[in-house]
Design a binder for this molecule. Structure first.
Ligand code: A2P
Length: 285
């Protein structure tokens, strides 16, 4: 996995909080949760924010799906963050890898070693973490409709997923999943809302760069905004939460300047029509 240069994440999160960001999307597998936690704690100590102003999302990795591993894994994240709860904890992917120290366990032929687990049992362990107060809300990520239905239809369901984090941007607008989630009061959190960093090790770069799109740029000109700001505004205006990633102070601030204008219905339709139904993040595993 690509790892952030030491200290970059700490600085970026502090700048983000100063800018006004409150929702921070993290994960154990980003290997920078200690820096995120430190940034949050420093900003609380400075008196700039209170813990309850922050909305931190953590993620349960594929090697930790067996129900007995769920709580210890969340506790490990809390220890790394040095926080006593997270606001949201989500199952990062709907399939499991073999438990152990290897984040991407592979066999001698280089093939991923999967692990048979029952997503519903994993979900029940997530519910127990909420009941224990370690997390305020629980959700999922990269789940399709059938996987969501499996949880929603689980006998004895105690807490339903509040959100589903999936790839979502003007080239991959997710109309069907969005409609399904709306019907079930599940918030869509859109990752890669700017079309990713185009890192060829995990991105399908045969799909064209989102931010070069002529429609997004033309609409941007009208409002004196960038294509990035138009892409973000498009999603929030249709009720999709966005989690843009940037380690650049100027772009961190730019991505927050999206609350002082709105797109017309015609522009929203024009942007919706850009949908290519092609993912940048194929998650071939
Ligand atoms: P950087 O960290 O140097 O700003 P996504 O959120 O879709 O995953 O996209 C992240 C990528 O987009 C990163 O490479 C990030 O680089 C870049 N990026 C973030 N904000 C902007 C922006 N406002 N304009 C152009 N590129 C951006």
């Amino acid at each position: 996995p690509c790892q952030t240069p030491k200290g970059t994440c700490l600085e970026s999160v502090k700048i983000a909080i100063d800018t006004g960001y409150r929702h921070i999307d993290g994960a154990f597998v980003y290997f920078n949760e200690h820096e995120v936690g430190q940034a949050i704690r420093e900003k609380i100590a400075e008196g700039r924010i209170k813990r309850e102003d922050i909305f931190y999302c953590g993620k349960l990795w594929n090697t930790c799906h067996p129900p007995e591993l769920v709580r210890p894994t969340l506790e490990k994240t809390l220890k790394i963050l040095q926080l006593d709860y997270v606001d949201l904890y989500i199952i990062e992917l709907p399939m499991a890898f073999k438990p152990g120290d290897a984040i991407y366990p592979k066999d001698e032929n280089g093939k991923f070693i999967y692990h048979e687990t029952d997503l519903c049992a994993t979900w029940e362990a997530m519910e127990a973490c909420k009941d224990a107060g370690l997390v305020k809300s629980i959700g999922v990520s990269n789940f399709n409709r059938r996987q969501l239905e499996m949880i929603l239809n689980k006998p004895g369901l105690k807490h339903k997923p509040v959100s589903n984090q999936v790839e979502c941007h003007p080239y991959f607008t997710q109309p069907k999943l969005l409609e399904f989630c709306r019907q079930h009061d599940i918030v869509i959190v859109g990752y890669s809302p700017l079309g990713t960093s185009r890192d060829e090790t995990w991105v399908n770069v045969s799909s064209p760069p989102l931010l070069k799109d002529s429609v997004l740029n033309a609409i941007g000109k009208k409002y004196n905004k960038t294509a990035a700001q138009i892409a973000l505004r498009f999603n929030i205006q249709r009720g999709v939460v966005v989690i843009p990633k940037s380690f650049n102070p100027q772009r961190i601030r730019e991505n927050f300047q999206i609350f002082d204008f709105s797109l017309t219905e015609k522009e929203m339709k024009e942007i919706e029509a850009l949908n290519k139904n092609v993912r940048y993040v194929e998650l071939l595993m």
